[in-house]
Design a protein around this ligand. Structure first.
Ligand code: NAI
Length: 249
């Protein structure tokens, strides 16, 4: 596809080897962007890129929790399509659920390192590249979670990082506005991806019952909102935290 609202744009998506990240790659490509699928798991990123087609997509290995790895990814991304991405989606994320009194320090640190610090590294280094290249219409979309507001038992680490992503997004939107870079985040509800596959069935059933639409969401239903935020259709949306939950509160 050569036309589309994102034609001429390069997008980079982290966590692109699975779930919401992969669906986002598909929809950004549908809308005409060239897409760099980035993931810690290179093979899964390559599968995503392969599906989108050569010349229109590329895969890249990155560990978002490592500054060095993210810096390397910026350099690599520049080479893929001869320009820095002006669309960046922070979809890499992990859970390590457990009750607070029993939570190992490692589980707290891992979730913090990927979900919050990873969002920081990717945003900082890719925004620098956008600014250096004087790219217009920059858009960064971060994945928070409705858990940041529901604050579920057993998710102290995850909830805290996802609440942090909302605040981080708002600060970034204020600092980057003068560079023409918008920064927004999405709070998905329960979306049918490998991340949620590990949630015990009774908990999933309870969530579905509490959701006014009576079902889990599909990754594409989050990706549609990301594609909107990435585009000029959302030219005046900045610093927003958008719930996409089927009404689940
Ligand atoms: P997923 O588990 O299907 O995919 C996550 C991807 O991130 C995987 O491909 C994994 O390899 C990659 N990843 C993990 N650590 C990484 C690292 N250090 N560096 C680079 N890549 C890394 O997850 P899903 O469901 O697609 O979630 C995407 C985002 O949306 C996450 O941030 C998650 O917290 C958030 N979210 C998901 C919800 C859901 O119900 N699935 C609900 C609310 C938020």
């Amino acid at each position: 596809m050569t036309g589309g609202i994102l034609a001429g744009k390069v997008a980079l998506v982290t966590g692109a080897g699975s779930g919401i990240g992969r669906a986002t790659c598909r929809l950004l490509a549908r809308d005409g962007a060239k897409v760099i699928a980035a993931d810690r798991n290179l093979q899964s990123a390559q599968e995503t890129a392969k599906e989108l087609g050569a010349g229109r997509s590329a895969a890249l290995e990155v560990d978002v929790s490592s500054a060095k790895s993210v810096q390397g990814a910026v350099a690599e991304a520049l080479l893929k399509f001869d320009q820095a991405p002006s669309i960046v989606v922070n979809s890499a994320g992990i859970t390590r659920d457990g009750y607070l009194l029993k939570m190992p320090e490692r589980d707290f640190d891992d979730v913090y390192s990927v979900n919050l610090k990873g969002t920081f590294f990717v945003t900082q280094y890719f925004a620098k590249a956008m600014i250096e290249q004087k790219l217009e219409g920059g858009s960064i979309v971060n994945l928070s979670s409705i858990v940041a507001r529901m604050n579920n038992v057993g998710q102290a680490n995850y909830a805290a990082t996802k609440a942090g992503v909302i605040s981080f997004t708002e600060v970034a939107s204020k600092e980057f506005g003068k560079f023409g870079i918008r920064v927004n985040c999405i709070l998905p509800g329960y979306i049918d991806t490998p991340m949620v596959a590990v949630v015990p069935e009774p908990i999933k059933q309870e969530v579905v019952q509490r959701c006014p639409l009576g079902r889990m969401g599909r990754p594409e239903e989050i990706a549609e909102v990301i594609a909107f935020l990435a585009s000029q259709k959302a030219a005046y949306v900045n610093g927003a935290a958008i719930e996409v939950t089927g009404g689940l509160k």
